[in-house]
Design a protein. Sequence first.
Lengths: 165, 165
Amino acid sequence: MVVMFMSWYDRCVAEDARAEGIERLRAGALGDDLSFLLARANALSLSAGNAALRPFGLKARSYSVLVLSAEEPGPSQRELAEFLRLDPSQIVALVDDLQSRGLLERQPAPADRRTNVVAATSAGRALLRRAQRAARAAEQTVHAGVTDDERMLLAEALRRIAFLD
Amino acid sequence: MVVMFMSWYDRCVAEDARAEGIERLRAGALGDDLSFLLARANALSLSAGNAALRPFGLKARSYSVLVLSAEEPGPSQRELAEFLRLDPSQIVALVDDLQSRGLLERQPAPADRRTNVVAATSAGRALLRRAQRAARAAEQTVHAGVTDDERMLLAEALRRIAFLD
DNA sequence: TATTGTTATACTCTATAACTATA
DNA sequence: TATAGTTATAGAGTATAACAATA
C-alpha cells in the first residue's frame, strides 16, 4: 500500500543509468504488492487525466462532479460527498467553482429544503461532452497495455474492491 | 479519472436513506469509468493501509521507503524518487524521519560520492516484518471481494498500467 | 555542464470543528 | 436531536526553484 506518486515524474525523463536500478526495485517486494500497483497505476491515470482536462479548466475532481451532475436526476451534495469520498465541505468548494462558471446549478429540493440537488446546465453539458472525449482518449493511452478482455476483468475486480459493502 | 476520496468516508456511517441515491450514481457514467474505479479502489486500499500501519508509526509512503531500503542492495534516493513517483525533496524528508528513528541509514556510495544508498537497519527490518504482517492483513480485507484467480489477473493488468514503458 | 541530495517557499489538498437552517 | 450545507482554520502533501558537492 502506497501513496500518490505525483508529478515529479511528469517532468523527469527516465535515465538509462537509473533504469537498471528501477528494474531491480520493480522485481522486489513492492512489485508484487497489489496496493502498490493500485497506487502507481492510479497515479499515472490521474496525472494523464488531469493533463487531458486542463484545457477545459477541469481536474479529476471537478470533472467527476460535472459528470455526476449531468445524470438524471442530479445528485445532492451529500450524495456527491459520499460517492466521491470527499468531505462535504470540499464539495461546497467544487460546486461553488463550477456554478460560478455557469456549468451547473444548485436546485433546492422540493421534498427537503435542506438539500441542494446539483444539475449541470446546458453549457456544462456541452463542455462535458468535449471533456469526456479528451478524458477517454487519455484513458486509452494509459490503459494501452491491457487488452479489451483484460480491461473488462479489471473493471469488474476493481468494482468489487471499490464498492465492497 | 478521479481523485483522492480521502477520509470523510472513514468517519461517516452510510445511511440507508442515501443508499439508493448512491446506488443510482454507481449505475451511472462513472461507475464504468476505469479511472474512477481505480481511484476509488486505491483510496480504500490506501486508507486501510494507513490505518494498519499507524501503530508502527508508518504511513504508506514511509512504509514503501522502508520496504525498498530492505532490499539488497539498497536503492539510492534518486531511485526511490523515481520508483515511488515522489519528488527527490520529499524523499529527503521521508529518509530523514526514518533515519532519525534508527530504522535505516544513508550509506555514501563508494562509486559515486554524490549518491546515498539507503539501507534498512536491523531495527528497521524488525519493525518492517511486523508492519508487513499488518499491511497484508489489511490488504486481504480490502481485496476480500475478489478471488485468488482474479487477484492474479488484476495484478498483471495493473502492472502493465503501472509500468507502461 | 549535468546530476545527487538538500533547503526553502508557495500552493493545493485534507482533516476537523463549529455554525445555520431545516427536519 | 439529527441532517444538509457552509465557513474557517490547521496540517499534510505537492510544485518549483535554487544551492552545494560531485561527476
